[in-house]
Every structure is written in C-alpha cells, then in structure tokens.
Write a protein that binds this ligand. Structure first.
Ligand code: DQA
Length: 147
C-alpha cells in the first residue's frame, strides 16, 4: 500500500450534506475516482473515513509500519480543532496534503485556521471534490520523483 486517503468527520455524508457547499458527489464516488487514478499510476490506494479523532490518530500512527508513502487528508472540522492530528503527523513524519472541498477562506472566520497547514506539504481548498484528484496528481508526481 502506498497512498492513504483519509476523510474526517461528516464526510461520510457527502452528496447529502449541504450540497450547495460540498456538491452532489458521494464519498464512494470520490474514493472510487481517486483510487482509480492512483492505481492507474501503479500505486495501491487505501481510503479511510472516520468521525472519531482518535481513530484518525491511530490510522496515522499505523502509517509508520504499513508502507504508506503519502497521505491525502480532508480532516473536516478537525482541521480547525485538532492538535492531536497535527501531533500524529509530526510523530510519524509521513508527508501529507490537506484537501478541503470548499474554499474555507471564503466562509466563517473559524474555518480560516488550520492546525495542519503549516506541517502539510501542500493545501488545496475550494476546488470541490476535484481537489482530491488534484492532490493525487501531485502525489503521483512526487512518488515518481522519489523512485
Ligand atoms: C471541509 C471544511 C471544514 O471547515 C468542514 O468542517 C468540513 C469540510 C471541506 O472539505 O471543505 O467538514 O474540510
């Protein structure tokens, strides 16, 4: 396994949750698209979603031993609250891209701060669910450069 795609809380409701902000695609659509993209480039892709902060922390810890080379994460609301997820990435040192479907800078003030952005390789926000594919394209390029 080489690329891990993590989605945080409420992202299991994509497609039904505030479609005016997050669009009509479901999480299954997003995961299928990004998995196909990664596999076409010769990578294995695992998708993980949880509404629980500790489960996400545990999954990040597991990357230290499972061969994950890059993480794409939409941390959902934990973006704005979770020192624990930030510390988990710092602890294992796995590189990651942060993705937001909506442009968090155009929304409420509290969404402008991320506990993760300054330790992420890069951040994408506001490109809709295409943001996952843009991040995957970047990750594929990065891993090709590493090979
Ligand atoms: C989000 C933005 C967050 O502020 C919000 O809490 C989410 C989704 C996005 O993808 O735009 O759950 O990460």
């Amino acid at each position: 396994m080489s690329i891990l795609v993590i989605n945080g809380p409420n992202l299991n409701l994509l497609g039904v949750r505030e479609p005016g902000i997050y669009g009509a695609a479901t999480l299954a659509d997003v995961e299928a698209s990004v998995t196909e993209q990664g596999e076409r480039a010769g990578h294995s892709v695992e998708c993980f979603q949880s509404n629980h902060e500790g489960a996400i922390v545990d999954r990040i810890h597991a990357t230290a031993a499972d061969g994950t080379r890059f993480v794409i994460i939409n941390p959902g609301a934990f973006t704005h609250t979770s020192v624990a997820i930030r510390d988990a990435f710092a602890a294992v040192g796995v590189p990651f891209c942060e993705v937001h479907i909506s442009n968090v800078h155009k929304r409420e003030e509290f969404r402008r701060h991320s506990y993760l952005s300054d330790v992420a390789v890069g951040v994408l926000a506001g490109f809709g669910v295409r943001g996952y594919n843009l991040a995957m394209a970047f990750v594929i390029e990065q891993l090709a450069g590493d090979a």
